[in-house]
Design a protein around this ligand. Structure first.
Ligand code: ADP
Ligand code: MG
Length: 324
């Protein structure tokens, strides 16, 4: 018997219209994936690859142009606004910049309590009780509750947004670059807190980061995105020990602190990520790819299984072994 995925995206796309132009941007372009309960799916890719858009689509904070989303057996993409509001209780989001996502005029108690107010959970005293319990769960003390966001460091503010995200006991949390604005030492504290909470509260994470060393620390499975598409998908072990896409290899080469045993051939990316409004022909990565051949310019590769059904890559030249 296989477990039912908690979240399934089926061929999801999102186009943004460019103002004053007939062109549109395909920010997310035909993404399919599923996440089992208790797993952490890491989404990695350079800035502009569509990670944040994908995260917001997964929670239906923005509407997909095409495709379907299933969450916990329910078709999220078909829910009306009332049902969607109910479902939201079980799906929360954490953002990169807790300064921007925490209302500076609200004290910490009101910030953490607000989701309970919105979803009408518990009595007034039960809400206060839960707020006090939750602030300690994220490693802070109750005296923080009467203070305001600006009185805290970046790491503490991120703990406050985590408290706010877990207080409704969600099943899924989408964390969009939650540690990218923090110092390295603080980053690992927050990552460890997220890992601890995952265990304690049976959480499932979609964890978005441009930083592969962060992904290596927290993810079970990894989706590598390039120009709105998943170009490689595998377990975290496979991604680091046997990366197949030249883009994945380039991302790994760029991170000095990654385990040297995990490093295969060094691939250095040249050029910038092209604009998603004018995508290259064939393989969208070919203009920057160090091993591109004629077919890569002519034919767009599709995501295909390699080595195992859980390792997928979208590259004509991937063989399953080392490409050197
Ligand atoms: P990432 O999080 O990987 O940096 P995003 O999902 O933020 O990528 O953006 C993907 C692409 O979509 C970018 O080219 C970005 O400029 C564009 N984009 C994102 N949001 C909007 C929007 N609301 N309107 C127009 N374009 C957008
Ligand atoms: Mg982003």
């Amino acid at each position: 018997m296989s477990t039912q995925p908690l979240l399934t995206l089926k061929d999801i796309s999102k186009k943004f219209q460019i103002k004053g132009s007939k062109n549109s941007i395909r920010a997310v372009d035909g993404v399919s994936l599923s996440i089992n309960p208790g797993e952490t799916l890491g989404i990695v890719g350079e800035s502009g690859s569509g990670k944040s858009t994908l995260g917001r689509l997964a929670l239906r904070l923005i509407e997909p142009t095409t495709g379907e989303i299933e969450f916990d057996g329910k078709k999220i993409s078909a829910l009306g606004s009332t049902e969607l509001r109910h479902a939201r209780r079980e799906m929360q989001m954490i953002f990169q910049d807790p300064f921007a996502s925490l209302d500076p005029r609200m004290n910490v108690e009101s910030i953490i309590r607000e989701p309970l107010d919105i979803h009408n959970i518990g009595t007034k005293s039960e809400r206060s009780e839960l707020v006090r319990k939750t602030i300690t769960q994220v490693g802070m003390t109750e005296d923080a509750l009467t203070r305001f966001p600006h009185e805290f460091s970046g790491g503490q503010r991120q703990r406050i947004s985590i408290a706010r995200a877990i207080i409704t006991r969600p099943k899924l949390i989408v964390a969009d670059e939650p540690v990218s604005a923090l110092d390295a030492s603080i980053q690992s504290q927050i990552l460890n807190l997220l890992l601890e909470l995952r265990r304690e509260l049976n959480l499932t994470y979609v964890f978005i980061s441009h930083d592969l060393s962060v992904i290596e620390h927290i993810a079970d499975k990894v989706a590598v995105m390039y120009l709105g598409k998943i170009v490689e998908f595998a377990s975290v072990e496979e991604i680091f020990s046997n990366p197949q896409h030249p883009y994945t290899k380039a991302l790994i080469s760029a991170v000095p602190q990654i385990n040297p045993e995990h490093r295969t051939d060094r691939v250095v990316l040249t050029g910038d990520i092209p604009s998603p409004s004018s995508q290259p022909s064939g393989c969208h990565f070919h203009p920057r790819c160090p091993i591109a051949q004629q077919q890569c310019t002519d034919v767009e590769p599709v995501l295909r299984n390699i080595n195992s059904v859980t390792h997928q890559v979208s590259c004509h030249l991937a063989t399953g072994g080392d490409l050197r």
